[in-house]
Design a protein around this ligand. Structure first.
Ligand SMILES: [Zn+2]
Length: 315
């Protein structure tokens, strides 16, 4: 699990950024790109890029290329080839069968309504699966999901930003889906298999995934692997108090034109103190400043609203 051993400390950091191609790059995604880039590169490590196009109906054609092009224009340099999840279904299937061979997964033909009706208590992300199909499916419904059986144990880890985290998977989540009824592989499985295969040692991403992490750490345990270090980053909100994302239209959209300003705001949002005179400097200069000055200890844990003022001289 998420413990460090002395060997790991000596190995180079392998970080990654894994955008979903569901729209243009926005400020919320830029935070993860910048945070993962600086934390990997500050320590002389590698920074990998993975396109999370696992869910074809949600993919917007052209957006993966647009995100990669923009990252390049902003001066981000990734190591190795870009990995696409849509190329890796066979690998996910192989791991699923491995887990099946170990007796760790089971088919489930419960409907959402049945799970809601029988769940003992609501979980943070929907009803806790009550284990209905653990010893075999019931009824004649043929559509099936595949779930991972979870233990009645607390999975704990120390997030490098948010500190000690823990979750009882059985009580708070329930046996979770690895392969969905619609035939798609679940994010939890794909992200763990991808990170294992790429040798990722450091995961930097938004704090909305804090509560998914114990499930992922449990998957590492099932697969006999050591989980990476986790740095979760605070979330940026728009004016309506909701997480800043593609749904907010143009607010927070990153472009070549506003790239420097957005990088400046992103550094500031992540608890750094970029010099005001860099606000309009070329993006590469902001990244250089970040590489020399980034401190993970000052990353705040408070989600907050961002106002993208046209000039910091107005502050
Ligand atoms: Zn079931």
């Amino acid at each position: 699990m998420g413990r460090l051993n002395s060997n790991q400390l000596l190995e180079p950091v392998i970080g990654r950024f894994a955008p979903s191609p569901t729209g243009p790059l926005h400020f919320g995604t830029l935070l993860a790109a910048l945070g993962s880039y600086l934390l990997a590169k500050c320590s002389g490590g590698c920074w990998l890029l993975r396109v999370e196009d696992l869910d074809p109906p949600r993919v917007i054609p052209g957006s993966a290329d647009a995100i990669l092009t923009l990252l390049e224009q902003l001066g981000f340099e990734w190591d190795g080839d870009v990995v696409y999840q849509s190329d890796r279904y066979e690998r996910y299937r192989q791991i699923l069968e491995q887990l099946r061979g170990q007796g760790r997964v089971f088919d489930c033909n419960c409907t959402r309504r049945e799970i809601l009706a029988s769940a003992p208590h609501p979980g943070e992300e929907g009803p806790v699966y009550p284990g209905t199909c653990r010893s075999g499916v019931r009824g004649s419904r043929s559509e099936r999901a595949v779930r991972l059986r979870v233990p009645d144990d607390v999975i704990g880890y120390c997030d490098r930003v948010y500190g000690q985290q823990q979750q009882n998977l059985e009580k708070e989540v329930g046996d979770f889906v690895l392969h969905r009824v619609d035939g798609l592989f679940a994010y939890q499985l794909a992200v763990v298999v991808d990170d294992i295969d790429a040798g990722v040692t450091q995961v930097v991403r938004g704090a909305d995934l804090l509560s998914s992490t114990p499930r992922q750490i449990y998957l590492y345990q099932c697969l006999g692997m050591i989980a990476p270090d986790y740095f979760h980053l605070p979330l940026a909100f728009g004016h309506n108090g909701k997480k800043l994302s593609k749904r907010h239209g143009d607010i927070g959209l990153v472009s070549v034109d506003n790239g420097s300003n957005m990088l400046w705001w992103a550094l500031e949002f992540l608890g750094q103190s970029p010099p005001p005179e860099l606000f309009d400097s070329p993006p590469g200069e902001l990244l250089c400043w970040g590489l020399e000055n980034f401190q993970s200890a000052t990353i705040p844990t408070q989600d907050r609203q961002v106002e993208f003022r046209p000039s910091i001289l107005l502050v």
